[in-house]
Design a protein around this ligand. Structure first.
Ligand code: KMH
Ligand code: ZN
Length: 274
């Protein structure tokens, strides 16, 4: 079994300081939260950025500032900007961080309900266009999957040349699709051989899904984007606390943690050039 890659989704676009005052908005706060996760064992930072008042943005300059600050504090971490951004943003807005040529970025493979009246729109043309741009810019997509149909879309678009293999999937469970062992096993069984996968359980699903991924040979995503608690009724002070909890679970279950260098090898990324 490969070593365990831990991704920290430190910020998100939806959670606010009203949910947890430690949700980072400023560049300094984002850098600090990334550093806590990295020092605890995260090898990937999944990144959204905010204006100082918390407004989500996909502004390229803001991403550059955040990425430089993260790189300063976490020299070898893999930075994975979101191209999902926030509900309602245009494709052009969402694509801005890809102009910075990150090693990875997310590629959301379908449209879904996002609570209340919100719909997170990813048409076929959006997915194909994002995939094509990521190939041109040599960015490895993390294929974001919120239900089984999105696995099927990813396979279809791979066959059409818009996503390269081996694909890396992130199963986000507890938004549109429920988060059970059966759901996860079904998704894992549905992806092409040679793919890698990670799971992001939303809210109280976070650590149960992490434990399943640890024993099933997948990888784990935690972070405030998905859950702002450390345990029932206890808000996390840092993303690092959640990463530490995954590291403890992995240790108990006999799975070693991947360094960023090892994560690059597992994901087929180029070694970091200095
Ligand atoms: N904030 C959601 C609308 C991604 O990062 O690619 C989209 C999202 C997925 O978080
Ligand atoms: Zn995200």
């Amino acid at each position: 079994m490969d070593k365990l890659i831990i991704t920290a989704a430190i910020c998100g676009a939806e959670v606010t300081k009203e949910h947890n005052p430690n949700v980072p908005y400023t560049i300094e706060e984002i850098g600090y939260q990334a550093e806590t996760a990295y020092k605890a064992g995260a090898s990937i930072i999944h990144l959204h950025v905010r204006e100082d008042d918390g407004t989500p943005t996909q502004n390229k300059e803001r991403f550059k500032l955040a990425m430089d600050e993260i790189r300063r504090r976490c020299p070898d971490v893999i930075i994975q900007p979101s191209t999902g951004g926030a509900v309602g943003m245009t494709d052009e807005e969402r694509l801005q961080p890809t102009e910075l040529y990150p090693e990875m970025a997310t590629l959301d493979c379908g449209t879904l309900n996002f609570g209340g009246d919100e719909i997170f729109v990813n048409t076929e043309n959006t997915i194909k266009n994002f995939g094509k741009i990521m190939i041109e810019r040599d960015i490895k997509p993390e294929v974001e999957v919120f239900d089984k149909g999105m696995v099927d879309y990813a396979i279809k678009f791979h066959k059409q040349g818009f996503i390269k293999a081996p694909m890396h999937f992130d199963f986000v469970l507890g938004v549109q699709m429920s988060a059970s062992a059966r759901d996860l096993a079904f998704l894992v069984d549905s992806i092409p051989q040679g793919s890698t996968w990670t799971v992001a359980g939303i809210g109280r699903n976070q650590f149960p899904m992490a434990a399943l991924a640890i024993v099933m040979g997948g990888h784990v995503r935690v972070g405030f984007e998905d859950n702002t608690y450390l345990e029932k009724g206890v808000l996390a002070k840092t993303n690092g606390e959640q990463v530490e909890k995954v590291v403890r679970l992995a240790k108990e279950l006999g799975r070693e943690i991947a360094s960023p260098t090892e994560a690059r090898e597992i994901l087929g990324l180029k070694p970091l050039s200095v």
